[in-house]
Design a protein around this ligand. Sequence first.
Ligand SMILES: Nc1ncnc2c1ncn2[C@@H]1O[C@H](COP(=O)(O)OP(=O)(O)OP(=O)(O)O)[C@@H](O)[C@H]1O
Ligand SMILES: [Mg+2]
Length: 410
Amino acid sequence: MDLGPKLKRACDDALHKAKMAWKAGDSETAAANFEAASKAMFKFAEHAQSRSMEYARKRKAIEYRDFARRLREVGAEPQAKSNLPKPPSNHVDENRSHETAGGEPESNISEAVSALVHTSTITWDDIGGLEETKRDIKYTLGLSLAKPPADVKITTFRNMLFYGPPGTGKTLLAAATSNSLKVTTEGQALFFNVKVSGVLSKYFGESSKIISEIYGAARDNSPSVVFLDEFESLTSNRDSEQTGAERRILSTILAELDGLAEKGRSDIFVLTIAATNRPWEIDAAVMSRFEKQILIPLPDEETRHAILDIHLHKKGYQLDFDLAELIDDTEGYSGREIERLAKQATSQMISELNADLPDLIDSGLAATRAYQVKVRPLTLADFERAKTYIRPSTSPAEMQRYIDWSVEDD
Ligand SMILES: Nc1ncnc2c1ncn2[C@@H]1O[C@H](COP(=O)(O)OP(=O)(O)OP(=O)(O)O)[C@@H](O)[C@H]1O
Ligand SMILES: [Mg+2]
């Protein structure tokens, strides 16, 4: 029996429901349905008549999955919804030819790679708490970069995995790591920031070429950091049998993690940092290549203190109450949620005190420029109000899952 049409219908149904929920502002239901649509689309891809059709469908499936993820990220935040990109279209472009392996002009690949190269301005001081993790990373860098003793072979690390709930500082840590490799004269070390799902959805079938290209460029610019974000998308294949393209990605990434290309070249140092919210989905062979697997948990009291300090005091805001109260109040919040909470509270306060600004604009540029923006110390009530908008999204049970996983994995 041909399951194709049935799967296509399942996908269309889920998409329809997803979009209705999205329009109604119910991001939870929308996310669940985009995920269902993604699963159905992955299965539907297996019934494709050609490889290009299969890849087109998989790209679509990845797009739906990404959108569901983004919806969940902003779920608790009403004002963020207006910033959401439009949901992906239903249209599967099965005629696009460039997904066939080898068919793509080289220039597109190097363009894709250069779009991923960043320099970073994040420093260790921009990251609150996580002191042990920071030391761990610095030690690893130090050991790899320092001169080894002449007659002793020191084993150094080259692959690190950060895992943990969303918004806990994984990307910040990778950026600071890259920044701390600053090459004195030429400015900053390069930071290859690869959002894996983005590469997969855009270049499915060619992702392995892109990965090789990235590592090639990273070696040319040694020392450098390759940051593979949303790493589980690269090597998980729960949704389907492995296809040729997926097998190629897997073997490419394994070769790069093993550092095959730089064997015997002690002058080249490329550190791979992978980050994921779903470590349990990562292929076991890949997982075993990460000598360092570091859980980045929800912030404890000390870390929440440091994060609040960064997002309030260091920005010049005053409080008319003891910060300790806020530290208690933000238990269960991720770093990102604490930052949003601070933003919500400060912008509420400012808009309240400066409600006349729109009228000033009507009175002309000179009057507006002469106006002094008013601020006042923040109160606990400001934060109480902000808390009605910004809720923590990682439940204690979800946090526990990371902890359990790290124990099992040991
Ligand atoms: N320890 C921290 N100190 C200061 N700010 C933090 C910290 N953790 C998170 N934040 C704030 O939250 C934002 C998101 O952090 P980051 O991007 O590093 O999270 P992440 O762990 O990579 O999340 P995801 O898993 O969703 O990619 C940062 O831009 C920063 O403003
Ligand atoms: Mg991140």
